[in-house]
Each structure stands twice: as structure tokens, then as C-alpha cells.
Design a protein around this ligand. Structure first.
Ligand code: DGL
Length: 272
């Protein structure tokens, strides 16, 4: 048993797709979340800068004595595949989103055609394709960077009938329809907030995999295996931190997580 909090971070609000699933699966766990809203997006930056930002985010969570860290950012997770960004920290239990999402996608596909959408950095790294082929070498992987999705989400353009979001989704996803993928990995944790729009464009019969939700399921398995789940009887707390305006962040949080009295939101600065 371990009652320390689970640490989660992302460049912005996207990692809340992981938090929502964590809270559903393990309501009695405390969660500390960092959204680096002052520096979002990460996905258009270089690998070196993304690694540096990731290390600073991890240091922040380390100060909160968390029992594990979930990298609820597809972009930092893609860097984590080749760069040991946890080295030199006291965090020994951590996970990125890539492998949990890939497991779910490989289990879901019937026609062996998987689509992956993500930030430019994630798609450029080819990390999803590598992980999928380690698991199932004969799968056709179709990748597509969707850089305009993150600003749409950060600015609240998530309603299913938003014309701008729909048009952009049609443009980005055309290749996925042409390539007849039956499973689409939402490889950036912001994208599930556009799930309704994406589902409508992709049509019925295409399974959408939320990388944020999958890493939350994976975390539950790890904590349970390590006998490190909380034995708290009441609901856990959700401490949210952002590096820019609390007001703006709170709007997005409210729209996505709803009102919950256990949520606190504060502004923080990161040690650089
Ligand atoms: N939520 C992010 C991801 O999963 C980051 C998007 C960004 O900062 O560009 O990649």
C-alpha cells in the first residue's frame, strides 16, 4: 500500500485525458498534475528542447514526492523512447503513453492497418511504428502529424459541431480513410478532446485509441502488481498546476473534468 500521489504531466490540458481515466479507475488516489501551459506546444520543438522541458516537468513532480510519474504527453513519451530523461531523479516508476496505446491498438485491429496521429515531433520520431512492429511486424502503419489540433483544444474548439475543427479534421484524416485503417491511435493526449469530431470524420467501424486513457489503465496494473495502490477510503484529491494563467486553464479543466470539489488549481514556476 502506498498513499503518495500519482504524478502526471503534459505540455497543457491534454494530459487531463489520462487524469480523467485515472480518477474513474482509482477514485481514491491523490493526483498531482502539471500542465506546462506557458510553453505549449511541445510538439513543434526540437528533440533536445523537448527532453529539457520533460526533465524540468519531472523535477517539479519529484518535489511532490509522487509514487510514480505518467508522461501523459505523446511528444515527451516519444523522446523518452531514446533519451533517459528520468536519469538522475529519484523516480523509479514511470510510463510514457506509447506502449500502452500500441498494446491496445494491436489488440483491436482486424485488418492489420493502424493509423497514428500525433504532433510533428511524435510522428517524425517514428516511435509508434517501431513499437507496433516490435509487437506485430506485419501491420501497416499510417502516420500523420496534425499540428493544428493542439491549438484548437487549448482554445476550446472541441464541440462536435465546430465547423473549423471539422474542416481541419477532414483535411488531416483523409489519408486514414484512403488507407482504410480500422484502428486510429490518438497519439497526442490532447486529441481525445476532439474525439467526437474525429469519430464523425472517420466514420463507424474505426476504433479510436486514447493514449492518455491507455496509460492510466497501465498505471493501475503497475500499482496493483507492486502492491502500491492507496488504501484511502475517501475520494482522492486532484492538485492541478499550470505555468501560465490559472483562469484560462480552469476554463479548459471545467469543460473537460466538470466541477469537482476535490480539485485545486494553482500557478507554479519550474526550476530551469
Ligand atoms: N499533449 C501533447 C502530446 O501528447 C502535447 C502537444 C504539444 O504540446 O504539442 O503530444
Amino acid at each position: 500500500m502506498n498513499n503518495a500521489a500519482i504524478g502526471v504531466f503534459d505540455s497543457g490540458v491534454g494530459g487531463l485525458t489520462c487524469v480523467k481515466e485515472l480518477a474513474r479507475l482509482m477514485p481514491n488516489e491523490n493526483i498531482v498534475y502539471l500542465g506546462d501551459t506557458a510553453r505549449v506546444p511541445y510538439g513543434t520543438k526540437s528533440k533536445e528542447l523537448i527532453a529539457q522541458y520533460g526533465r524540468q516537468d519531472i523535477k517539479f513532480l519529484e518535489q511532490h514526492n509522487v509514487k510514480m510519474v505518467l508522461v501523459a504527453c505523446g511528444t515527451v513519451s516519444s523522446v523518452l523512447m531514446t533519451t533517459p530523461i528520468f536519469e538522475g531523479t529519484s523516480i523509479t516508476e514511470f510510463s510514457g503513453v506509447i506502449y500502452p496505446a500500441v498494446h491496445a491498438a494491436c489488440a483491436s485491429t482486424q485488418n492489420n492497418r493502424i493509423g497514428v496521429i500525433g504532433t510533428p515531433a511524435t510522428i517524425r520520431s517514428g516511435c509508434y511504428g517501431k513499437a507496433i512492429h516490435e509487437m506485430k511486424p506485419d501491420i501497416k502503419v499510417v502516420g500523420k502529424a496534425c499540428p493544428m489540433f493542439v491549438p484548437l483544444v487549448e482554445n476550446g474548439y472541441t464541440s462536435p459541431d465546430n465547423r473549423v475543427s471539422k474542416l481541419i479534421a477532414q483535411e488531416y484524416l483523409e489519408v486514414m480513410i484512403r488507407e482504410k485503417v480500422d484502428t486510429l491511435i490518438l497519439g497526442c493526449t490532447h486529441y481525445p478532446m476532439l474525439k467526437d469530431v474525429i469519430a464523425e470524420v472517420m466514420g463507424e467501424g474505426v476504433k479510436l485509441i486514447s493514449s492518455g486513457a491507455e496509460v492510466a489503465k497501465h498505471a493501475q496494473k503497475i500499482l496493483s502488481f507492486n502492491d502500491a495502490l492507496s488504501d484511502r477510503e475517501q475520494n482522492g484529491t486532484l492538485e492541478l498546476y499550470c505555468t501560465d494563467s490559472v483562469e484560462l486553464f480552469a476554463e479548459n479543466v471545467g469543460a473537460f473534468l466538470g466541477n469537482n470539489k476535490n480539485i485545486t488549481i494553482s500557478k507554479c514556476s519550474l526550476a530551469l
